[in-house]
Write a protein that binds this ligand. Structure first.
Ligand code: SF4
Length: 176
């Protein structure tokens, strides 16, 4: 897995103060995407154990609410596999921190069993540890600068804990 950037003290991509990790690679190719350079899976630099340790140490600081995964698309297969150890480590050792993720795929179509980005032994492990998932492609004709934490009106801010518990998509209270 390659990554483009790590933003520290980010308040634009999720609630509170966050570390934001931009992974490389996206096959959604949305018209109007604000960072098409990140579509390339080779963009940026290699994510290593040292990168994981750096992110973990940063998120550990008391003033952070948690980690946000974005890209590129964290739900591409190589990115799901690359991110899972970090996500597991944060949830095991820093259970009060929240994890947000952004994806151009649709949760209940693409990330569930039989979906095009569902991988046995990986996707459920990842989604069970994500607190909030912002899903759906960026749609230029539905762009709205007034929205909380997303770019177009079709995108959803999903409460993953409630969604995984009920089996139905439950929107987060910030989805307004
Ligand atoms: S899913 Fe995100 S990164 Fe991928 S093309 Fe769409 S807006 Fe760009």
């Amino acid at each position: 897995m390659n990554i483009g950037q790590i933003f520290k003290a980010d308040s634009a991509n999720g609630s509170g103060i966050r570390v934001s990790l931009f992974v490389s690679g996206c096959t959604n190719h949305c018209e109007g995407c604000f960072q098409p350079e990140t579509w390339d899976f080779n963009y940026g630099h290699l994510y290593t154990q040292e990168t994981e340790d750096e992110i973990f140490a940063e998120v550990s600081k008391s003033y952070y609410d948690g980690l946000t995964l974005l890209g590129g698309d964290p739900m591409e297969e190589s990115n799901q596999r690359g991110l899972l150890p970090l996500v597991k480590r944060i949830k095991a050792e820093l259970p009060d921190k929240t994890i947000w993720a952004y994806t151009g795929f649709l949760y209940d179509r693409d990330l569930v069993k039989g979906g095009r980005r569902y991988f046995e032994g990986v996707t459920d492990e990842l989604l069970d540890r994500i607190d909030v998932l912002v899903d759906g492609p960026f749609v230029l004709s539905k762009k709205n600068l007034m929205l909380n934490f997303r770019g177009s009106e079709n995108q959803r801010i999903i409460d993953m804990k409630a969604t995984r518990a009920s089996g139905e998509v439950v929107l987060h209270e910030l989805n307004n």
